[in-house]
Design a protein around this ligand. Structure first.
Ligand code: UDP
Length: 410
């Protein structure tokens, strides 16, 4: 297992985003929990929502007085191919769990079992990749184990969910984005904690004019013409081709329209390359579509700029855990047209701060509404920012975790 280093963050800087009641509550909880030894374990330090959150949550927990570490498991290409299949199957995809799959999963988990559970008071294990660790770690001591699942496992493939369920007995609690995501899993204590964004990160902070200009140059778009954007891992559930279809249909009415498809390659997601190549073929020779990724130097500031300057952000997922990208766009005052799945309806109130869509036709119609009406965009943008401020900032997330830790150790 590898240690992940994070950069220092001061909780004081976040006071500006929260009420004094929330501020005081966090300070009281942190006093109560001072010195608590916490370990987060997940599968990747970069790419995807979980890593994104831990890069802020871990330093903030440290700053308020907890002793927090973050480790990632090490796996082979074959292992991550399997865990990606598992991810898809847990979201409902047909698949067959073989004896060889189980053996591979156990073999790699065992190789990562060089962690001393007894050194910590609480360990939070994120998602299915490291879920089996407790099976192989001796000397558990009095540590409390929490499994944080970011996937909607309520309509899963039965073989895979049974497999995951076979580990639930090791855990003292489970956290899901929505309680109902746990479905049939036998979780001892079930917590509902939605994800959140960091308003001060490069991804979400206010950019200077200079930064914005530079980022637009890197994105190679013309900001005087309309832009629609989707930011997502290259993954079929995010429906990037559907987004291209929406763009193509609207291009007839808005000949200047540009489409930005920004996707990252996560180290634990080998499927990404295939989807990326396939998407390039689908896009073909249309130079008003730009398919960009971290491999073209598109980092947090460029993603920030794209979400900020777009007239509409799309998140046309077919299945989704939460979709941080929705909160990220809303925080910048950009309305979002999002799939009516997973955590997206938590963030989009239909016709208030964006639109929830069930198919391409609806996505076309509502994106068109927004492209045609600057006042509507502005009004929805303001509503969206307010929803994120009240529900989906990292400060709320931090408070939820502290409360859970208190429950675990009292
Ligand atoms: N992301 C990014 N660059 C990309 C694609 C995604 O920085 O090219 C980030 C995105 O901004 C968000 C996270 O990765 O913070 C994706 O989280 P989300 O919950 O939307 O989806 P997940 O990848 O966890 O399914």
């Amino acid at each position: 297992m590898l240690d992940v280093k994070t950069t220092y963050k001061s909780f004081e800087n976040y006071a500006q985003f929260i009420s004094t009641t929330d501020y005081d509550e966090i300070r009281e909880l942190s006093q109560e929990l001072e010195g608590l030894r916490v370990l987060h374990i997940n599968a990747t330090a970069y790419g995807g929502g979980v890593a994104e959150i831990l890069h802020t949550l871990v330093p903030l927990m440290q700053d308020i007085g907890l002793k927090v570490e973050w480790k990632v498991i090490e796996g082979t290409q074959e292992f991550f191919e399997f865990t990606k299949r598992m991810h898809n199957a847990l979201q409902g995809k047909e698949d067959n769990l073989t004896e060889a799959d189980r053996n591979l999963f156990y073999e790699i988990t065992k190789k990562n079992s060089d962690v001393v559970f007894n050194d910590y008071d609480v360990i939070v294990i994120h998602d299915p990749q490291p879920v089996a660790l407790p099976k192989f770690v001796d000397n558990r001591g009095s540590v409390k184990l929490v499994w944080r699942c970011h996937i909607d496992t309520s309509t899963p493939n039965q073989q895979f969910i049974n497999f995951i369920d076979s580990f639930m007995d090791y855990y003292d609690a489970g956290i899901f984005t929505l309680k109902r995501y746990a479905g049939q899993l036998k979780v001892k204590r079930l917590y509902e904690i939605p994800p959140s964004i960091d308003p001060l990160s490069d991804k979400n902070r206010e950019l200077t004019d200079e930064e914005l200009k530079e980022a637009i140059n890197k994105l190679k778009i013309d900001p005087s013409k309309p832009v629609i954007t989707q930011v997502s891992r290259f993954d079929p559930w995010k429906d990037p081709k559907g987004v291209v279809d929406v763009y193509r249909s609207l291009k007839v009415k808005y000949p200047d329209l540009q489409l930005l498809l920004i996707g990252s390659m996560a180290t634990d997601d080998p499927e990404g390359w295939e989807i990326y190549e396939d998407l390039l073929r689908y896009v073909g020779m249309d130079y008003d579509i730009r398919v960009l990724s971290n491999l073209n130097g598109i980092g947090n500031i460029e993603v920030n700029a794209a979400q900020k300057i777009s007239q509409v952000v799309l998140q046309k997922s077919l299945r989704e855990g939460f979709a941080l990208t929705v909160s990220e766009a809303l925080w910048k005052g950009t309305p979002v047209v999002g799939g009516n799945v997973g955590g997206i309806p938590l963030q989009i109130e239909h016709e208030n701060n964006g639109y929830l869509v069930n198919n391409i036709e609806e996505a076309i119609r509502y994106t068109d509404n927004l492209l045609a009406d600057a006042d509507l965009r502005k009004r929805m943008g303001l509503e969206g920012k307010e929803i994120v401020r009240s529900k989906f900032l990292i400060t709320r997330h931090l408070k939820d975790y502290l409360k859970l830790f208190r429950d675990m150790v009292k």
